[in-house]
Design a protein around this ligand. Structure first.
Ligand SMILES: [Ca+2]
Length: 337
């Protein structure tokens, strides 16, 4: 019975490839965009800015609702709400609020753009986004990227990276991954497991091309079974094999992929923990995960976090942040566990 009620208790929405979602930000029930817009207008005009009201409203409305508020705001104030928020807020709070004014795919596209434009590349951000998003999400990101920046994500990614790392990212962005099938193909599972072993641990050097094609083209449920099967060929599991065979950004990318295939929410929970394991907080990472996952699977990330680290995400954020930034993160977190 516990299982049934637990299942019914989860709000599961479905989109695209039939993935379940576990958001912490839900549609606000008594939604009145005009009233919200008026409150935000007053909060912006308040001397010193009333951040609390802005946070209370925008973290408790979905993206669709925030958009409606922005339209209502523009009608009444005769100016753009995003520009007004930008002028009124600053620092980490501004980054979160402006992030929330984008859709999840617009946000991802902007984070990718930010990580490659200008001098140098923020590989960590690129790896996190490109190796964790589903094919459906990546297709949407590509589309939005073209709309927002009039550029090709494939070209930008391969132009800014090099070697096997570039080949892997490009293969992911090309979104050639199979849809999950209802039929389990044991022969193919065995074949892929053996191919991964032959291309890596078994031989001198690594046939990275084979690894890339299997990991970028097979469906996630198939790969989960491949990694199980893999253990019957290799003395090391897939993650250990990756650590032994490749290095640097390529190693990080393969590890992120495999961790996400196995348990995506645990991957994000560990990223969050890692960003808050020392005194202080890696704001960029925490902001990105909280903003990009709050309408996707943050609720499940929270439970993985508690299970893995023994302390709730809420408590951890509370200890590592302060002020308005803390307030906005805790509100997105949506509760203690
Ligand atoms: Ca080898």
């Amino acid at each position: 019975m516990a299982l049934v009620s637990e299942f019914l208790g989860q709000l599961t929405l479905s989109f695209g490839s039939g993935e379940s979602t576990y958001p912490t930000v839900l549609p606000y029930p008594d939604f009145d965009p005009d009233k919200d817009a008026a409150r935000i207008e007053t909060a912006i005009k308040t001397k010193g800015v009333d951040e609390q009201t802005i946070i209370d409203i925008l973290t408790k409305r979905t993206y669709e609702q925030r958009r409606e508020i922005a339209f209502a705001y523009e009608r009444r104030a005769k100016k753009d709400m995003i520009s007004a928020l930008k002028a009124a807020l600053s620092g980490s709070l501004e980054a979160v609020i402006l992030g929330l004014m984008k859709s999840t795919s617009q946000y991802d596209a902007s984070e990718i753009r930010g990580s490659i434009k200008g001098l140098g590349t923020d590989e960590e951000t690129l790896i996190e986004i490109l190796c964790s998003r589903s094919s459906t999400e990546l297709q949407e990101i590509k589309k939005v990227y073209r709309e927002l920046f009039k550029k090709d994500l494939e070209k930008d990614v391969s132009g800014d990276t090099s070697g096997d790392f570039a080949k892997l990212l490009l293969a992911l962005v090309e979104t050639k991954r199979d849809e999950p099938s209802s039929v389990v193909d044991y022969e193919k599972i065995d074949e892929d497991a053996r191919a991964l072993y032959d291309a890596g641990v078994k031989r001198k050097g690594t046939d990275v091309k084979t690894w890339i094609s299997i990991m970028s083209e097979r469906s996630v449920p198939h790969l989960q079974k491949v990694f199980e099967r893999y253990k019957s060929y290799s003395p090391y599991d897939m993650q250990e094999s990756i650590r032994k065979e490749v290095k640097g950004d390529l190693e990080k990318s393969f590890l992120t992929l495999v961790q996400c295939f196995e348990n995506k929410q645990l991957y994000f929970a560990n990223r969050l923990q890692d960003a808050m394991k020392n005194k202080g907080i890696k704001e960029k990472v925490v902001t990105r995960i909280m903003v990009s996952r709050c309408e996707v699977d943050l609720k499940k990330i929270r439970s993985e976090f508690k299970r893995q680290h023994g302390k709730s995400l809420y408590q951890t954020i509370a200890e590592h942040s302060k002020g308005d930034y803390q307030m906005v993160l805790l509100s997105l977190c949506g509760g203690d566990d």
